[in-house]
Design a protein around this ligand. Sequence first.
Ligand SMILES: Cc1ncc(COP(=O)(O)O)c(C=O)c1O
Length: 353
Amino acid sequence: MYYLDSKIENLHRIFDQNERKGFLRLDLNENPGGLPQEFIDDALKDVTPQFVAQYPETLHFTEVLANFLKTDVSHLCLVNGSAEGIRYIIQAFTAPGGRIVGVVPSYFMFQVYSEMYGRDFVKVPYNEDLTMDVNNIIKELTDETQLLILLNPNNPMGNVYSEDEFRNIMEVANNKQITVLIDEAYHHFYPGTFINYALNHEHVFVTRTFSKLFSMAGCRLGYVAGWPEGVKMVQKLCTPHNTNAFALKIAEKIIETPGMLQSLIEKFKEGRGWLIEALDRNGYAHKGEAGNFLFIKTKTDAQIIVERMKAEKKILIKSYPNVGEFGTCLRVSIGEKKYMEKFIEALLEIDKN
Ligand SMILES: Cc1ncc(COP(=O)(O)O)c(C=O)c1O
């Protein structure tokens, strides 16, 4: 008998149509400039037919990564973008109908995966002033809760958790035997991390990606860090050879090239500083403590600005509805200063009453 899972049939997904060639893309938190061309040329110069023909060798790269993170390979699982790791954690560590607690707004795939697997995603909202009260998270950690999802920093809110806040949350999660997933996709833009919890405690995972600071979204590479038994469970769900050899090669070169990461961080900081200064100078309220993105409260309709930026300026940005006191506002990805200049010039021209 033919069968179709009704959860999949009813699932609402938005697929990127990928017609973004020639656009300045400030909508998906990629690095608009990317890595230096010479760096890419150099990374690819010894690509041979055999390199392309063979399945990727993941152990070598996992060792490089383990060394970089000062851990060992048993704590790491490579995934085809961190979105893949997030999915497997939800699949393995929660049951059908199981309770998952997460903040909103946030990276939407947490809700999509919860729906896909028939889990109950409980939303903890932000305060009107766009701050997060951790007591509201703790209140939702009932005995039935199986998974808590935290993002540090959160996309799109840009907020982070202090050590004390995090410790308080973890204490309750531990007592109630709740697995904790900390999404650190935007680590490096912000140096604070809770990866030591994942490396030193059971039932805590950190997911990270090479799509953001490492500027490799087109290659698809991420990892799950956690306790060895938990990591093994995630590994079991992976498709065979789930990561690709080009991604591993470029990521290894970034990690092993002295000064490379630092130069990416510096360019980002310069772009961020310039953007914030320009917004302040022109009377725009903005929000985003950490991460390579900012919320901007516009003077005119944010959705119309998104459409006009695309049609008239070939700049892609996003609008978000119901963002507390910001109402409907823009979320703009931060890149090098030259891209921020282009964005501000266009914003000042379009956002006029
Ligand atoms: C918070 C967060 N987590 C995870 C991801 C997924 O990243 P990737 O699958 O490219 O590693 C994103 C992508 O934008 C994100 O914003």
